[in-house]
Design a protein around this ligand. Structure first.
Ligand code: NFS
Length: 620
């Protein structure tokens, strides 16, 4: 019981963790314990295995100050960090590219499985690129896809979407030389700079990290979001349910886990098909129940109201319900050990991406041209697996919680009556003190969901609106913060606005690539007020981050002028110079910086103080 309480605050997860401990089902927390004690050089970023003269460690107390190549602690830490950041930027951006390529297929008329769902948005996006819109949507889609694919290349010179930022913010990027030229170019250059014998100055290396991160936030991720909206619809507020109890005992349960909505959207369509429903009934089930996990789950929740089984640390626990016929995965944040977990049950792990093959899984390769066919085959496989379920092993804990999701910038603007002015007015009047983007993952360093939920509660209590994505948004959902009723937890000012507009005090803005929606919102606020993003009373936080992708997100927040507080410490403590640059020096360069504070109550204090300071500077 003690262990359970140490591991999570998600009530259904507590029951599931207890069940796993009893049944000897291994989870992430067990593996975390097995890894202790951690290597102190790796933890502080002071080990390098970048080349075969190494591996090297810096051990100052033994005068081992340099690696074989001559790199000192600062350089080793900075190179490791840029490597991490570039990996994250590449992950979001490669996902973005796949979506844009699908738009191109639509534009070429080479697929019947996908179509333009939000024509208005497509045309608005095309106009940003001066693409003529007085013609058929698919012609516009074709040209927009090509224009977006150009943003990945190496000859463009500047990512067009960065023009969305307020002039003052854009000017900072130009002055400091971190305006991203194109997505691939910055990532490739990052890889070049960390090759031994290239980057030797830690500051110079980290500055390129900011440029690479901007190429993700205002490039790869932003394109992923925008084109997903065009293909699958721009989210509008919708109601659904969340936590492990969305798994239904009498139904064929399929969880959709990963990040790219291309396959999952198709599975939703396939599962709705009457013939499929009949097949499920013939197999003895009441129907087909799709549930989401991680960011694919967020995409489906936002657009389709598909129930959400949970965030990153719920992925094994869903399998442990014993009632999951299939878990379909594409890529990112998928524990490679899931087939091992599933081997205790009848659950089939179905991997689908040639980029992410998983030993022990069933592989059903997904590609856009045969999307529907593959989706149907997957649903059939799940239905046929229903008969192998062992009712003795079924353990579905608790009851689902209600959530409202779907707050795209378009939806927020519409809820406010067509412009962001009422939000600006509420901020100026002090009813809302500011806004904070809470994002990111789960990490065993922090009790599951405790960081997210505590921080969100502290902030709304102090009249700060929270906008959330990824696993942070899911944590808030499970804790009941994503409904208009949660306004009672907010301070009087925020509460009055939530009541008047009918919105929750914590807004679910989507998946992690949708952190770009937060950037668009910030840009719109800055533009409405005529100030740079760095002048706004806003902040960012990643209270339980683990992923390389989160490093990229945190970095583009800061590079865009947003003070950002991290929960877990990155592996940089071995270089006081790097720590000082990130938590101090950046203020002089991009007018924002990082802070690290694992205690969410203290993190809230830092953020509140920052927001009040920004308000004062704006004279509000
Ligand atoms: Ni984001 Fe989504 Fe979650 Fe973290 Fe992983 S699911 S892209 S990286 S763990 S928030």
């Amino acid at each position: 019981r003690e262990k359970v309480l140490e591991r999570t605050i998600d009530e259904t997860a507590m029951k599931a963790v207890e069940h796993c401990l009893k049944e000897w089902i291994e989870t992430v927390w067990d593996r975390d314990e097995m890894q202790d004690p951690r290597c102190k050089w790796c933890s502080s970023g002071l080990s390098c295995s970048r080349c075969t003269m190494g591996p090297c460690r810096i051990i100052p107390e033994r005068n081992r100050d340099r690696g074989v190549c001559g790199a000192d602690a600062d350089l080793i830490v900075a190179r490791n960090l840029l490597d991490t950041l570039a990996t994250g930027a590449a992950s979001h951006s490669d996902h973005g590219r796949e979506i844009v390529e699908t738009l191109l297929l639509v534009g070429k008329g080479e697929t019947n499985d996908y179509m333009i769902t939000d024509r208005k948005k497509l045309f608005a996006l095309a106009e940003e690129y001066n693409i003529p819109t007085n013609r058929e949507a698919i012609e516009v889609a074709h040209d927009l896809a090509l224009a977006y694919l150009e943003e990945f290349g190496t000859v463009k010179g500047e990512i067009e979407l960065t023009r969305r930022a307020p002039t003052a913010t854009h000017a900072i990027w130009e002055e400091t030389g971190i305006l991203p030229r194109s997505v691939d170019r910055e990532i490739v250059e990052a890889m070049h700079r960390i090759q031994m014998g290239v980057g030797a100055h830690y500051g110079n290396i980290l500055l390129h990290g900011l440029r690479t991160a901007l190429a993700d936030g205002w490039g790869g991720s932003m394109m992923a979001t925008e084109v997903s909206d065009v293909l699958f619809g721009t989210p509008v507020p919708c109601e659904s349910q969340i936590n492990l109890a969305v798994v239904k005992e009498d139904m064929v349960n399929i969880s959709l886990h990963g990040h790219n909505p291309m396959l999952s959207e198709m599975i939703v369509n396939a599962a709705e098909d009457e013939a499929m429903q009949k097949r499920a009934r013939d197999a003895g089930a009441a129907g087909i129940n799709l549930v989401g996990l991680c960011c694919t789950g967020n995409e489906l929740l936002m657009r389709k109201g598909i129930p959400m089984a949970g965030n990153h640390f719920n992925q094994e626990l869903v399998i442990a319900t014993g009632a999951l016929e299939a878990m379909v995965v594409d890529y990112q944040c998928i524990f490679p050990s899931l087939p091992r977990t599933a081997s205790c049950f009848h659950t089939k792990i179905i991997s689908t991406s040639p980029k992410a093959k998983i030993p022990g899984s069933y592989y059903m390769e997904f590609e856009p041209s045969t999307a529907r066919e593959t989706a149907e085959a997957i649903v059939r496989t799940a239905i046929d697996n229903f008969k192998l379920r062992d009712p003795e092993k079924v353990f579905i804990p608790g009851k689902p919680v209600a959530v409202q999701a779907g707050f795209s910038v378009e939806a927020i603007t519409a809820a406010l009556g067509g412009t962001l002015q009422p939000l600006v007015d509420a901020i100026a009047a002090g009813k809302i003190r500011g806004a904070v983007g809470i994002v990111g993952c789960n990490n065993p360093r922090i009790k599951h969901d405790y960081g997210h939920v505590t921080l969100s509660k502290e902030l709304i209590k102090n009249d700060i609106l929270c906008v959330e994505t990824g696993c942070a948004a899911v944590a808030s959902g499970k804790a009941g913060l994503l409904t208009p009723d949660a306004a009672f937890l907010a301070g009087d000012g925020l509460k009055s606005i939530c009541k008047a507009v009918g919105i929750p005090p914590v807004l679910h803005m989507g998946s992690c690539v949708d952190c770009s929606r937060i950037l668009v919102l910030l840009a719109a606020l800055g533009n409405t007020l005529g100030v740079g993003i760095h002048q706004l009373p806003v902040a960012g936080a990643a209270p339980e981050w683990y992923s390389q992708k989160a490093v990229a997100i945190g970095s583009y927040f800061v590079a865009s002028g947003v003070y950002t507080v991290l929960g877990p410490m990155p592996h940089i403590s071995g270089s006081p110079a790097v720590v000082d640059l990130l938590t101090n020096g950046l203020e002089g360069i991009v007018k924002a910086k990082f802070a690290v504070e694992p205690d969410p109550v203290k993190a809230a204090e830092l953020i509140i103080a920052h927001i009040e300071e920004k308000r004062k500077a704006l004279g509000i």
